[in-house]
Design a protein around this ligand. Structure first.
Ligand code: SF4
Length: 173
């Protein structure tokens, strides 16, 4: 099993952190400043943190890399400090059930940015929405699949990687 160094673990978290920061900046640019907008930006940042903890609590205990430096992003080590180990056979079920808790992080800035652009067009906001889409929907999945997930011995059971394998199978040669 490959073991990740602290610097590799920190680097593995960069795409997610950049996505959450870009999402928050996008939300901040969706209109004039107000208490509601401020609450939305802070709420999105908090959701980014809670989403990561959610995965550590509800998915990582069932993973082969729980309490191990084999976890590319370090969640497995943090998980071991806050929750007890679960049954590995439940990994796929837990992944499928809980991954949806964080999916809105990928959608909220695009929906809010799109609505704001429909109401009042702005090139800076177009740039932010496009940057967010590129980071969240293109860069982050590619980095995950090419980096940590590609070396994961449980990728055959992982719904995330299984979907990628099916996509590849259905891609024209
Ligand atoms: S590989 Fe994924 S599911 Fe496994 S411990 Fe790391 S973050 Fe959690």
């Amino acid at each position: 099993m490959r073991k990740y160094t602290t610097s590799e673990t920190i680097i593995a978290n960069v795409p997610y952190v950049v996505m959450v920061l870009l999402g928050a900046v996008t939300l901040a640019y969706t209109g004039g400043w107000s208490a509601w907008r401020f609450a939305g930006v802070v709420g999105y940042l908090a959701y980014g943190i809670v989403g990561a903890v959610w995965i550590m609590v509800f998915v990582c205990p069932y993973c082969q890399y729980y309490a191990s430096t084999g976890c590319p992003c370090g969640y497995g080590m943090i998980s071991a400090r806050i929750v007890t180990k679960g049954d590995r056979d439940c990994f796929v079920e837990k992944f499928r059930r809980h991954i949806f808790a964080i999916v809105p992080l990928w959608i909220i800035p695009v929906v809010c940015g799109g609505i704001a652009l429909w109401r009042s067009f702005s090139w800076p906001l177009v740039g932010l929405v496009l940057a967010f889409v590129g980071e969240a929907w293109v860069v982050l999945p590619i980095v995950s699949k090419k980096h940590g997930c590609a070396e994961c011995p449980q990728k055959e059971q992982c719904p995330w990687m299984a979907r990628g394998a099916k996509d590849a199978q259905h891609r024209p040669a």
